[in-house]
Ligand binder design. Structure first.
Ligand code: NDP
Ligand code: X2W
Length: 317
């Protein structure tokens, strides 16, 4: 049986990535795609070759819950999910809801879905908060060393400008970004707080670069004792041995290797002479593993189907 997904925020970068993934999924189809700007236009105007065609509708937030779908996916800018969630609670409380924004990542009534690290707590979750893109890259790079940290991890992040969404700003202005690297939110970025809540304390320093998609996250970990390189590698191998989306490598990974792909690459793994300072680099596509791929993993788990259904074509990075 095909289950229907309703997508609110379907015009955005993340919404577009989700449309492609859902269209390729054997057990799911789109029930509605909501956008103010594209209302009345067919999906095929923007995505030639999709299996399914639909016309974009404009669903008022307080009417979202009346739509006849099994799963609601919210891909709106931060701060807008609550009215949709209230409408779903009112008209369709049993539906599965996945929110891509930061709005419920600090709410313990919602399951925080970073499957490789949290899926053991996923059973029965009907309200799922999808992690932030940088926050995913940081947590996957830090998690295997989490119990051996001595203080905050310094994380230098560089994102493609699709991370800044489609609303015009300096961070997605290609004229300003050309031949440039733009530091911003130098302290207290929301993903710094998100990682502190769900994994470990970090000092996160974000930047935007002129490429479209993909994040490079260079993490500087201070450790509570001296480590050998082989011990570090064993920890990462054992944490991610059966994870089809996580690829470990010796060299620092490059963002160009994962742009447009579902997976994450983690590498570098360099210790200083004391063995108490370790640098690890992770790369992922902010629109895929940082958003849409992760949402699809979370939906599959919640629906009781194989977690990687619909993601088979590019399981490994
Ligand atoms: N970009 C990324 O790399 C990542 C983004 N996220 C999060 O995912 C969410 C979506 O991000 P992204 O796709 O980049 O954002 P975009 O700015 O590209 O898209 C925002 C979407 O929301 C709709 N929208 C905007 N304002 C309103 C409004 N007032 N009422 C109704 N709809 C509105 C837009 O469509 P329309 O204007 O046509 O209605 C559009 O579909 C955000 O919360 C973001 O933080 C999470 C991880 C990664
Ligand atoms: C380059 C850029 O601007 N990136 C965004 C992160 C995108 C993301 O994951 O955002 P949410 O936590 O809001 O879902 C930012 O720094 O706000």
């Amino acid at each position: 049986m095909t289950l229907k997904i309703g997508l609110v925020g379907a015009r955005g970068h993340v919404g577009e990535a989700l449309i492609r993934i859902i269209d390729a999924h054997p057990d799911l189809s789109l029930g509605f795609v909501s956008s103010r700007e594209r209302v009345g236009k067919p999906l095929s105007d923007f995505f030639p070759g999709l299996k399914q065609d639909l016309v974009y509708s404009q669903v008022a937030f307080d009417e979202v819950g009346r739509q006849p779908v099994d799963v609601f996916v919210l891909a709106l800018p931060n701060g807008m999910a609550a009215d949709c969630v209230s409408s779903i609670e009112r008209f369709h409380p049993d539906a599965l809801v996945v929110d891509l924004s930061a709005d419920y990542r600090f709410d313990s009534a919602w399951y925080y879905g970073l499957p490789e690290l949290t899926r053991t707590h996923a059973a029965g979750a009907r309200r799922i908060s999808n992690p932030g893109c940088y926050a995913s890259a940081m947590q996957l790079a830090i998690h295997p060393m989490r119990d051996a940290l001595d203080g905050a991890v310094q994380c230098f992040g560089v994102s493609g400008y699709s991370g800044a969404g489609t609303t015009p700003s300096d961070k997605n202005d290609l004229r300003k970004l050309a031949d440039n690297l733009m530091p911003y939110a130098l302290v207290n970025h929301i993903h710094e707080r998100e990682v502190a809540r769900h994994c470990a304390p970090v000092e996160f320093i974000p930047h935007v670069a002129p490429h479209f998609r993909g994040i490079t996250m260079t993490c500087n970990l201070h450790l509570s004792r001296g480590f050998e390189a082989s011990e570090v590698r064993e920890r990462f191998e054992s944490a991610y041995a059966n994870e089809p989306l996580i690829h470990l490598q010796s060299d620092p990974p490059w963002v160009s290797d994962i742009a447009g792909k579902h997976g994450v690459r983690i590498g570098g793994f360099t210790l200083d002479a004391s063995g108490r300072r370790l640098v690890v680099v992770s790369v992922l596509d902010n629109l895929l593993k940082g958003a849409a791929t992760q949402a699809m993993q979370n939906i599959n788990i919640a629906l009781g189907i194989d977690e990687f259904t619909g993601l088979e074509l590019e399981k490994t990075a």
